[in-house]
Design a protein. Structure first.
Length: 255
């Protein structure tokens, strides 16, 4: 399984892009940087987008992606998420006010996007990957995802603060090869992290103690807020975990 990092930050600047990962060229996970980081041909090869939750930094490029694919005449793109997340997209995003409803364009019988609802903890075949959504703790309905290609499993936390069920599921998962997990604020902004449903290094360290995994399991950190990324990295370094890797744009991994 090949993983490409398109966006991995909790905010944006010319050097930072919001959350978006590409798996085996066909499956995207979140849409914070799909059109800003992929050429048109690459956008056209996408078949599925997994959406962890409805916050704008995770869905924003669905708008421009749908527009481009519609003009290029590509087959419908499957946007996959929980019922609550898809309902938010219907009501507040592709609603013919904020953005055209591309589930009815060019026509209801030949749409640009289709919604695919995922039930929590029900492994579902998405293309050639088995995907499992697991609820995590954020300010809106949010899930992390386990993506399994039959040989390797990678897990992505989605936006979360301290949570339990994700680690319970991971502790029962064979062939786990990597965990991508968010850490958004430094310890000195714990009040803000708690209010907004995110991790600091100190809460992340406590959560990772719930995971029964080899000490060398790659643990990849993302969603750091650009103004305080350096401080977060210093605090994570003090945790002295050799398996930490801070994700950067254009990172590529094969599992």
């Amino acid at each position: 399984m090949e993983l490409r990092v398109l966006g991995c930050h909790g905010g944006e600047s010319p050097r930072h892009r919001t959350t978006s990962f590409l798996i085996d060229e066909r499956l995207a996970l979140d849409a914070g940087a799909l059109t800003s980081r992929l050429e048109l041909a690459e956008q056209g090869r996408l078949e599925f987008v997994l959406v962890t939750h409805s916050h704008l930094d995770h869905v924003r490029d669905l708008a421009t992606l749908a527009d481009n694919r519609c003009q290029l005449g590509h087959p419908p793109l499957s946007v996959c998420g929980t019922r609550e997340t898809l309902d938010s997209l219907r009501r507040h995003f592709f609603n013919d006010r904020l953005w055209p409803d591309f589930t009815r364009i060019p026509s209801p019988t030949e749409p640009t996007i289709v919604y695919r609802e995922l039930a929590l903890e029900a492994p579902t075949l998405i293309g050639r990957h088995q995907v499992t959504a697991v609820a995590v703790s954020h300010t809106v309905d949010t899930c992390g995802f386990l993506v399994d290609d039959g040989k390797s499993v990678i897990a992505v936390s989605g936006d979360t603060g301290p949570t339990d069920r994700l680690f319970e599921v991971l502790n029962q998962t064979a062939n786990l090869r990597a965990l991508l997990i968010e850490v958004s604020f430094p310890n000195g902004q714990q009040h803000l992290a708690s209010a907004s449903g995110h991790h600091t290094p100190q809460t992340l360290a406590a959560d990772l103690r719930k995971l029964n995994a080899p000490a060398d399991l790659p643990t990849m950190l993302y969603h750091m807020k650009p103004p305080c990324q350096a401080e977060i990295e210093r605090e994570c370094a003090k945790l002295a975990r050799s398996n930490f890797h801070v994700l950067a744009l254009d990172d590529r991994f094969v599992f």
